[in-house]
Design a protein around this ligand. Structure first.
Ligand SMILES: Nc1ncnc2c1ncn2[C@@H]1O[C@H](COP(=O)(O)OP(=O)(O)OP(=O)(O)O)[C@@H](O)[C@H]1O
Ligand SMILES: [Mg+2]
Length: 271
């Protein structure tokens, strides 16, 4: 059995959210990481690729109101609010790097937290829908999240984000640390969420697999976008092939990981 139901996801919106980012800059204190980014997240599945430390997580944090941003960001033509709770209410949800579950809480309790801004009766209805959308989670409803495997925790994290019924779902490296089969299932699930009408913005290091499921992509390097386009064309572009898909890609990736080790994975998974 797959983790998700073989039919469209009911949680999540179908209003085909469209995010536009113009001249976005963001960073930490005086340290500017992102400089003057322009990008568009159209209905469907958009992926952001790039080496360690490029600013991918910083981009998602800025869009989710976790750090301050400069520039113009609009969701369906309206200004995106500044505060995280207002951004969630506007219809955007983030599955953070490292999942960020509450390990001492059950699966159900973690899911309920995803509906924190929702009235109680509606939250209960969504929980039931989450279990319908992700049937394997129902079997684990009372298990402590921290005792689940990495792949299981990632499914809880995605289901929790869906509890806010987002119109735009952001995912930060959802396939990190998962076995190849689980990666395939997870990316397949993300694809189906996009097909069911929730716009998706996903950061991934699994370049080949990400481009295989995405509609469009951007490549971020040192805080700047260096390439963009339809996923199929990007996969064939020299920028992506040389840096990420070439014969030496494992070596290059290893080097990038080593160079970025100092800041790598500050939010390691809980299990
Ligand atoms: N809280 C922070 N305070 C200061 N600098 C930070 C902070 N978080 C990240 N940075 C720095 O911002 C830059 C971009 O980091 P970011 O986490 O966005 O990269 P990333 O593309 O997500 O990398 P990875 O693939 O390793 O997750 C790095 O130089 C990093 O050291
Ligand atoms: Mg990151």
């Amino acid at each position: 059995m797959m983790w998700y139901r073989d039919t469209p996801f009911v949680l999540g919106g179908s209003e085909r959210a469209h995010l536009k980012v113009e001249g976005l800059s963001a960073g930490y204190g005086a340290f500017l990481v992102l400089r003057d980014l322009n990008l568009e997240v159209r209905p469907g599945l958009t992926v952001v690729l790039g080496p360690n430390g490029a600013g991918k997580t910083t981009l998602l944090k800025a869009l989710n109101g976790l750090i301050r941003r400069q520039g113009v960001v609009t969701l369906d033509g309206g200004d995106l609010p500044e505060k995280t709770n207002e951004i969630v209410q506007a219809g955007m949800a983030l599955v953070a790097e490292g999942r960020q579950l509450f390990p001492q809480m059950t699966v159900t309790e973690n899911l309920e937290l995803g509906g924190w801004l929702t009235p109680k009766a509606e939250r209960a209805r969504r929980l039931e829908q989450a279990f319908a959308d992700f049937p394997k989670l129902r079997e684990r409803a009372q298990q402590l999240a921290g005792t689940m495997s990495g792949g299981e925790q990632q499914m809880v994290a995605v289901a929790r984000a869906m509890m806010s019924a987002p119109r735009l779902l952001m995912l930060d490296e959802p396939s990190l640390g998962l076995a190849p089969r689980m990666v395939d299932e997870l990316l397949g699930m993300v694809r189906r969420i996009a097909d069911a009408g929730t716009t998706v913005l996903m950061v991934e290091q699994n370049v080949k697999k990400a481009l295989a499921v995405a509609d469009r992509g951007y490549v971020l390097e040192r805080g700047t976008l260096v390439a963009s386009g339809p996923a199929r064309l990007l996969a064939r572009s020299s920028v992506v092939r040389e840096a990420y898909l070439g014969a030496s890609s494992t070596v290059a990736h290893g080097a990038a990981t080593a160079a970025g080790a100092a800041h790598r994975r500050p939010n390691a998974p809980t299990a």
